[in-house]
Design a protein around this ligand. Structure first.
Ligand code: B4P
Length: 193
């Protein structure tokens, strides 16, 4: 099994690059953002609870997302590997993920961290907000709060995986094709190691 984490601030290109990476490497895509939005669309109790946090640009509580990922892992016993997109977003989530993978006798092979300036993040998210209908992309204050949640709670996740030499940084600005190429190079060299 080959499991990877695509890491980076909101708007850094995680969702965009994930789609290409899962097609190339045959991985199962697990995006907590997508899973939460589908709970909201289905008006489930979990979705209703998550919506108030997401609309304000805050992280959804750890126990909710950890439980969601745990079920998603159990529901995909045949997967060749997982691409985690937007998860883990706190150190507690990273510790929980390690335990879950450990129970399945597997682990994270690499953490690909996309680096993008704050100005570019805001520009991209506002731009998507004009067409996507995503409420969290439409309001500059909500975007600022997502970026500040990232800095306060999520940036530490990279430090957590650095202890295990799993983090590789990639410049997330430039053409989508070039960034994809750079990501593939890092994955291929980790697979060959
Ligand atoms: P997510 O759905 O994960 O959304 P995101 O961080 O904004 O990134 P996304 O992947 O969608 O955007 P991308 O960078 O691809 O999270 C939404 C919310 O859910 C969070 O705020 C939180 O409330 C909650 N949540 C999710 N996971 C959670 C967890 N684990 N714990 C707690 N809460 C959680 O792309 C952005 C835009 O940039 C796109 O329009 C794209 O086209 C564009 N773009 C991409 N690459 C580009 C490039 N190279 N050049 C120009 N534009 C580019």
């Amino acid at each position: 099994m080959f499991n990877l984490i695509l890491f980076g601030p909101p708007g850094s290109g995680k969702g965009t690059q994930s789609e290409r990476l899962i097609a190339k490497y045959g991985l199962k895509h697990l995006s907590t953002g997508d899973l939460l939005r589908s709970e909201i669309d289905g008006q489930t109790p979990l979705g209703l609870a998550a919506k108030s946090f997401m609309d304000r640009g805050q992280l959804v509580p750890d126990e909710v997302v950890i439980e969601m990922i745990s079920s998603a892992l159990d529901n995909n016993p045949q997967a060749n590997g997982f691409l985690f997109d937007g998860f883990p977003r706190t150190t507690a989530q990273a510790e929980a993920l390690d335990k879950l993978l450990n129970q399945k006798k597997t682990e994270i092979a690499i953490v690909l961290a996309l680096q993008v300036s704050v100005d570019e993040l805001v520009k991209r998210l506002l731009n998507r907000g004009r067409t996507s209908g995503r409420r969290d992309d439409a309001d500059e204050e909500v975007i600022a709060s997502r970026i500040s949640e990232y800095e306060r709670k999520t940036a530490a996740v990279a430090e957590y995986y650095k202890k295990y030499n799993k983090v590789v940084y990639i410049k997330g600005e430039g053409s989508i094709d070039k960034i994809f190429e750079a990501l593939c190079k890092k994955i291929d060299s980790r697979k060959a190691a």
